[in-house]
Design a protein around this ligand. Structure first.
Ligand code: ADP
Ligand code: ADP
Ligand code: ZN
Ligand code: ZN
Length: 751
C-alpha cells in the first residue's frame, strides 16, 4: 500500500500543513486539545476519503447525495477507502440491542429454529422485531408505558381552570376545545363532581363525531377521550425522543414505564419463549453476561448446532477480547457509554477480514482502564498486520506507545496551533521539545497534601445493576476520583444511585446537548442575545435582524450555514450553503458593524479573540467562563454538533460555573485532553472545590487520580464479578493497596 500524501491542508485552523502518512502502519496524532488533530484526521483525511467514495456511486445516487464538500487542501492523494470509528453515541431506538448491533442475535435465532425444542418455526419466529416473534402486548419492546391518570388530571379543577395537566390540553388549545367547547361537559364544573358516565366519556369515550364552533367556523371532529389521545399520541414514544421540553417533562410526570406484564421484559411471544436449549430460552441466553454466554454455547455438542454456535462464538469472543464480556446481548445500545459503543463498532469491523483499508479511530482508549489498554493496542496491531493503515487520535501514554509513526500538532490551540511540531518515529517524540514530548517525559506525581473532607454523603445497601449491597461514604468538600475497570459499576454508583439519595448532585456528562443544530457556544452561555443588542443599538435597527434563527437568517439554509441531506442508508451529508457561503446571515444583516466587525465575523472569532474587543459587562463574564473551562479556542458560532464529548462536557460546566454548595459529578472529564490540558482541568476542578463544592470524577486517567484527595475503587472485575468497593482512601494509600487493578497500575506509573 502506498503512503497517503497531504499537501497544503487548511481546514479550520490548519496552517498549510503537508505530511505523508505511511501505508500499512499505525500513525498516532497527538497535541493539546484544539491544536487541529481532528481537523487534520477527520476534517481532512477521512472527509476526503468519504467524498471520493461518494464519487464512485452510480450517478443517480450521487445526484441525490449532493456533493460533499472538498476539504481545504491543495492535494490529498493515494487514499484507500476509509472506515471511521468515532465516539458518536451508538444511539438507536429501543429495538437496537448489543445482540442486534453485533449481529449475534440473528445467529442465535437460527440456532433456536434448528435446535430449540419445541421449535417455534423459522428464524424470524425468535425475532422481537418481527411480528412472528414479538410479544403482542409490548410490540417487542419488553416495556409498556402506563398512564397515571391522577397525575394527569387535577380532579379539583374544572376544564376552564385547566384540569388536564398536559401542554397539548392547555386551556385554549384545540385538544382542550374538544372537551370544553363541544357542549358535552360543563366546562366550569370541577371534574370530581362529574357523573361516572361523564368521567368515562371524558377519559375513554370514542366512536362518534362532535361539532364545535369557533371564531373561524364550525369544525367536525372525531371524538377521543383524554386517555385515548394520550395513548395514541404520546405513550408510544420514548419520552427522551420528544422534542418539546415542556411536553417531555409533562410526559415523564404522568407516565410510568414498567416491565411488560405479558412477556416479563423478554420481548418475545409465548411460542418463542417456550422453545429451549439446555433448559434456557433465547431471552435467557440474551440476558447472560457475554462471558457466561460463551461458556453456555461452548457446551453445545451436536452436528447441526455446533457449526451455528461456533459462528456466534467467534463474534462473542471478539467482544470479550475487547473487555466487554460484562455486557449482555439484550442491553439496549442507547444505554451504552461512548467508549463502549466505539469498541463495539470496532468489533463489528474486525469481524469482516478487510484489507487495504484506512481505519480511523477517535481516542479509542476512552472508558478503558489502564489494565485493558493492551487489549486495544493488540487489536490495532492486528488490523495493521492484516494490511491496513491505521490512524488514531490519542492522549493515553500506553496507546501512543503503539505508534509506528507520530504526528504531533501544536504548538497551542486554535489560532496558536494548526502546525506540525513533530513528525517521525515514536522515539523522537519522547525527546521532542513539544507539549506532548514534555508531558511524556515529566509525568505528574502524587499531591503533597490532600484536603480534609468537610463531611460525608452516605450510601447504604446499593443494589442497582451489578452493585452488591454497596455501603460507601463519599467525602464532601474535596475532589474524589472513582476508579475501576470498565463495567465495574462506577457510573451506576455515582451517576445513578448517588443522585437518587442525595440532593444537589449535578451530573456533567458528555452526552449530546439537548439543543438544535443552530446552537453555538455563544448562545449556550447566554452571550448571543447581548451581542445582538449591541449590534442593534449601534445600527439603530431591530435586534432580530442579527438572529440567524429568525429575521436575519439566510433564507436558503434557514440560518444554518449548511445544508444537510438525510440518507436512509448512509450517514447524512452536510454541505456549506452556497447562498450565504456558511455565514448564516442575509446580506442586510451583514451591512452593520460593531467594533469594526459584522455579526458573522464576530461569530467566526474565537472566544479568546472576542475577549479583546467585546468588553461589555453583558458579554464578558460569559466569554470568560468559556475561557476558564479550557475552551478559548472555540469560535463563538461553531455549531455545538461539531464539539467532541469532552468539549461538550466543559461547555456544560461553563454554564454552571457560578453555582456553589453542589456536588458535581464528571464522567471521564479527561476525555479529549492532552496531559498538558489535564493540568488546566485540574486547576479548574480545584477552584470549584475551593469555592465550596464537592467534585467527583469517574476517571481512568492516572494523572487525575494522583491529584485527587480521595479515591473510591470499584471492582475487582466487571459485571457480576465487580460491583464492590475494593478500596477507599487517599491516592498515597491506594499506591500501597493490594487486590486492586488501579493500585497495581498506579504503582507502575509512579515507579
Ligand atoms: P483537536 O482535535 O486537536 O482538539 P480540532 O481540530 O477539533 O482540534 O480544532 C482545531 C481548531 O479548529 C479549533 O480552533 C476549533 O475551534 C476549530 N474547529 C474545529 N471544528 C470546527 C468546525 N466544524 N467549524 C469551525 N471551526 C472548527
Ligand atoms: P462502569 O461505569 O464502571 O463502566 P457501569 O456502571 O456502566 O460500569 O456498569 C456496571 C454494570 O451494570 C455492568 O455489568 C453493566 O453492563 C451494567 N449496566 C450499566 N448500565 C446498565 C443499564 N442501563 N441497563 C442494564 N445494565 C446496565
Ligand atoms: Zn411484552
Ligand atoms: Zn445560507
Amino acid at each position: 500500500m502506498r503512503d497517503i500524501v497531504v499537501k497544503g491542508a487548511r481546514q479550520h485552523n490548519l496552517k498549510n500543513v503537508s505530511l505523508r502518512v505511511p501505508g500499512e502502519r499505525i500513525t498516532v496524532f497527538t497535541g493539546v486539545s484544539g491544536s487541529g488533530k481532528s481537523s487534520l484526521v477527520f476534517g481532512t483525511i477521512a472527509a476526503e476519503a468519504r467524498r471520493q467514495l461518494a464519487e464512485t456511486f452510480p450517478s443517480f445516487a450521487r445526484h441525490r447525495l449532493e456533493r460533499p464538500e472538498r476539504p481545504e487542501a491543495d492535494l490529498i492523494d493515494d487514499l484507500p477507502a476509509a472506515i471511521v470509528v468515532d465516539q458518536r453515541p451508538v444511539g438507536g431506538n429501543a429495538r437496537s440491542t448489543v445482540g442486534t448491533m453485533t449481529e449475534v442475535h440473528p445467529i442465535l435465532r437460527v440456532l433456536f429454529s434448528r435446535y430449540g425444542r419445541p421449535s417455534a418455526g423459522l428464524a424470524s419466529a425468535y425475532s422481537f422485531n418481527d411480528p412472528q416473534g414479538m410479544c403482542r402486548e409490548c410490540d417487542g419492546l419488553g416495556r409498556t408505558v402506563s398512564l397515571d391518570v391522577d397525575r394527569l388530571i387535577d380532579w379539583d379543577k374544572s376544564l376552564n381552570e385547566g384540569a388536564i395537566g398536559f401542554p397539548a390540553f392547555a386551556v385554549g388549545r384545540p385538544s382542550w376545545q374538544l372537551y370544553a367547547e363541544s357542549g358535552l361537559f360543563d366546562p366550569d364544573r370541577p371534574l370530581k363532581d362529574f357523573s361516572p358516565g361523564d368521567r368515562e366519556l371524558l377519559l375513554h369515550g370514542s366512536g362518534f363525531r362532535v361539532r364545535r364552533a369557533s371564531r373561524r367556523g364550525v369544525y367536525q371532529n372525531e371524538y377521543e377521550g383524554v386517555v385515548t389521545v394520550m395513548r395514541r399520541r404520546y405513550l408510544t414514544k420514548d419520552p427522551e425522543k420528544v422534542r418539546d421540553a415542556r411536553t417531555r417533562e409533562a410526559l415523564e410526570r404522568v407516565s410510568r414505564a414498567g416491565v411488560c406484564p405479558e412477556c416479563g421484559g423478554a420481548r418475545l411471544n409465548a411460542a418463542a419463549l417456550a422453545s429451549k436449549i439446555g433448559g434456557r430460552n433465547i431471552a435467557d441466553l440474551a440476558a447472560l453476561e457475554i462471558s457466561d454466554l460463551i461458556r453456555e454455547l461452548e457446551a453445545i455438542d451436536d452436528p447441526v448446532a455446533t457449526p451455528i454456535a461456533d459462528a456466534a462464538l467467534a463474534a462473542l469472543r471478539r467482544i470479550e477480547d475487547f473487555g466487554l464480556g460484562y455486557l449482555s446481548l439484550d442491553r439496549e445500545t442507547s444505554t451504552l457509554s461512548g467508549g463502549e459503543g466505539q469498541r463495539l463498532k470496532t468489533v463489528r469491523h474486525l469481524g469482516s477480514a478487510l484489507t487495504g483499508m484506512l481505519y480511523v479511530f477517535d481516542e479509542p482508549t476512552v472508558g478503558l482502564h489502564p489494565r485493558d489498554v493492551h487489549r486495544l493496542t493488540r487489536m490495532l496491531t492486528a488490523l495493521r498486520d492484516k494490511g491496513n493503515t491505521v490512524l488514531l487520535v490519542e492522549h493515553d501514554r500506553d496507546a501512543i506507545a503503539v505508534a509506528d509513526h507520530v504526528v504531533d500538532l501544536g504548538p497551542g490551540a486554535g489560532a496558536n496551533g494548526g502546525e506540525i511540531v513533530y513528525e517521525g518515529p515514536l522515539a523522537g517524540l519522547y525527546a521532542a521539545d513539544t507539549a506532548t514530548g514534555r508531558a511524556l517525559r515529566e509525568p505528574y506525581g502524587l499531591k503533597a497534601a490532600v484536603r480534609e473532607p468537610a463531611g460525608w454523603l452516605p450510601i447504604r445497601g446499593a443494589n442497582l445493576h451489578n452493585l452488591r449491597d454497596v455501603d460507601v461514604d463519599i467525602p464532601t468538600g474535596v475532589l474524589t476520583a472513582v476508579t475501576g475497570v470498565a463495567g465495574s459499576g462506577k457510573s451506576t454508583l455515582i451517576a445513578r444511585v448517588l443522585p437518587e439519595r442525595h440532593e444537589g448532585v449535578v451530573l456533567i456528562g458528555q452526552g449530546a446537548i439537548g439543543s438544535s443544530s443552530r446552537s453555538t457556544p455563544a448562545s449556550y452561555v447566554g452571550v448571543l442575545d447581548p451581542i445582538r443588542r449591541l449590534f442593534a443599538r449601534a445600527g439603530g435597527v431591530d435586534a432580530a435582524l442579527f438572529s440567524f434563527n429568525s429575521a436575519g437568517g439566510c433564507p436558503a439554509c434557514g440560518g444554518r450555514g449548511v445544508v444537510t441531506t438525510d440518507l436512509a442508508f448512509l450517514d447524512p451529508v452536510t454541505t456549506v450553503c452556497e447562498v450565504c457561503e456558511g455565514r448564516r446571515y442575509r446580506p442586510e444583516a451583514l451591512e452593520h458593524r460593531y467594533a469594526g466587525r459584522t455579526i458573522a465575523e464576530v461569530l467566526e472569532s474565537t472566544v479568546e479573540e472576542a475577549l479583546t474587543y467585546l468588553t461589555e459587562d453583558s458579554v464578558r463574564p460569559g466569554l470568560e467562563r468559556l475561557a476558564e473551562v479550557g475552551l478559548p479556542y472555540l469560535t463563538l458560532g461553531q455549531p455545538l454538533s461539531t464539539l467532541s464529548g469532552g468539549e461538550r462536557q466543559r461547555l456544560k460546566l461553563a454554564d454552571r460555573l457560578r453555582e456553589t454548595g453542589l456536588v458535581y459529578v464528571f464522567d471521564e472529564p479527561s476525555t479529549g485532553l492532552h496531559p498538558a490540558d489535564v493540568g488546566t482541568l485540574l486547576a479548574l476542578l480545584d477552584r470549584i472545590v475551593d469555592a465550596g463544592n464537592t467534585v467527583i470524577v469517574i476517571e481512568h486517567d492516572l494523572d487525575l487520580v494522583k491529584r485527587a484527595d480521595w479515591v473510591i475503587d470499584l471492582g475487582p472485575e466487571a459485571g457480576r464479578h465487580g460491583g464492590r468497593v475494593v478500596f477507599t482512601g487517599t491516592p498515597a494509600a491506594l499506591a500501597r493497596a493490594e487486590g486492586s487493578h488501579t493500585a497495581d497500575h498506579l504503582r507502575r506509573d509512579l515507579a
